[in-house]
Design a protein around this ligand. Structure first.
Ligand SMILES: Nc1ncnc2c1ncn2[C@@H]1O[C@H](COP(=O)(O)OP(=O)(O)OP(=O)(O)O)[C@@H](O)[C@H]1O
Length: 248
């Protein structure tokens, strides 16, 4: 079992003996092989490891977009195996923000409309939704582009829109797959500051898959995976913890 730093009893995510395979018979590929993990509220965890070790599979299960085979995955106190498909839709809609590697923006909608979608799905009125979308786009440096279409943006700008959309409805759990892959160092810092602020101030849990060593300094915990299990879990650096209290 992977212990929580400080031994906290209250966890946002609890995985025990989690397994997941793709395919069947000779083509079967085991992606998770009995993984144990706890993630606390207010914690920002970074998942690292070689390509194919199961990082995306793990965050997809935590975000309730992919079903696991066996073991326990409890998210916000709910055992995912006990949830119906409709329950999972609700959990995702209300409580999960997902930044996909491929951004997954809707090409025919403006940035403001893309970012408004999670709010509209949660019953927020259009005017309020668009105002909140504009606010978060502003914080991510895209305030003047709110009426642009995704195709008019660079990859880095699209990535920031995807991050805005994942945060706009204040989800308790945020999972991000390579959220800085298309960003330069400065923009990556802006995004990580925002994600940290979100994790700390709103007491949410953030899980970030990354190959970007530049952003590891923002993590509370760095978890290394290999071949479908966790091989190492290390606390973040104290020097960075100091810097966190000076967020812009
Ligand atoms: N939909 C799928 N169908 C078949 N195999 C899959 C599928 N998704 C993942 N896999 C396999 O499961 C294993 C874990 O994949 P996963 O994408 O979780 O790894 P990863 O650590 O996120 O890799 P990367 O860093 O390259 O994104 C790999 O062997 C991958 O080929």
């Amino acid at each position: 079992m992977t212990a929580m730093p400080g031994g906290s009893q209250e966890v946002a995510v609890q995985c025990r003996g989690l397994t997941k395979s793709f395919g069947a018979g000779e083509a079967r590929v085991p992606a998770l092989r009995g993984l144990d993990l706890d993630i606390g509220y207010g914690e920002m965890v970074m998942l690292v490891g070689p390509s194919g070790c199961g990082k995306t599979t793990l965050i997809s299960i935590i975000a309730a977009v992919l079903d696991h085979d066996a073991g326990l995955c409890r998210v916000l106190g709910q055992d995912l195996k006990t949830l119906t498909a409709a329950d999972k839709v609700l959990l995702r809609r209300k409580a999960v923000g997902f930044v996909f590697q491929a951004f997954n923006l809707i090409p025919t909608l403006t940035l403001a409309d893309n970012v408004s979608v999670p709010l509209l799905l949660n019953g927020v009125g259009r005017t309020v939704a668009r105002r909140r979308a504009a606010e978060i786009l502003e914080r991510l440096g895209l305030g003047t582009r709110a009426e642009a279409l995704p195709s008019e943006l660079s990859g880095g700008q699209q990535q920031r829109v995807a991050i805005a959309r994942a945060l706009v409805h204040s989800p308790r759990i945020v999972v991000c797959d390579e959220p800085t892959s298309a960003l330069d160092a400065r923009t990556g810092d802006t995004v990580l500051h925002l994600l940290r602020e979100v994790a700390l101030q709103e007491n949410r849990a953030l899980v970030i898959v990354t190959h970007d060593n530049r952003i590891l300094k923002y993590a509370d915990r760095i978890i290394e995976m290999s071949d479908g299990v966790i091989t190492q879990s290390a606390a973040g650096q104290p020097a960075v913890a100091d810097a966190r209290s000076n967020l812009p």
